[in-house]
Design a protein around this ligand. Structure first.
Ligand SMILES: [Zn+2]
Length: 85
């Protein structure tokens, strides 16, 4: 999946924001993250989790595995929807 990194100060965010919360810049580059750490998971119609990415942002993702909180998961993207496996 992709996170957005401020080209001015390096702050990473997910999802995308218009302005950087740290410096107010509106210039972003996309950076791919391949894995993260599952911090929480809930069972709804689908499994949904919060994954801490290496660049900092916590991403809400769909989970397509039986990973439990604390586990490292791989990250992918289905359109705009982040997926963890
Ligand atoms: Zn910034």
């Amino acid at each position: 999946m992709k996170v957005f990194v401020c080209t001015s100060c390096g702050r990473a965010v997910f999802p995308h924001r218009l302005l950087c919360p740290d410096c107010g810049s509106s210039e972003w580059r996309e950076e791919r993250v391949e894995h993260g750490v599952l911090e929480a998971a809930v069972e709804r119609e689908v499994r949904v989790g919060a994954v801490r990415t290496p660049l900092g942002p916590l991403a809400i993702t769909r989970i397509e595995s039986d990973a439990e909180p604390g586990a490292e998961v791989s990250l992918d993207q289905d359109g705009d929807t982040p997926l963890a496996r």
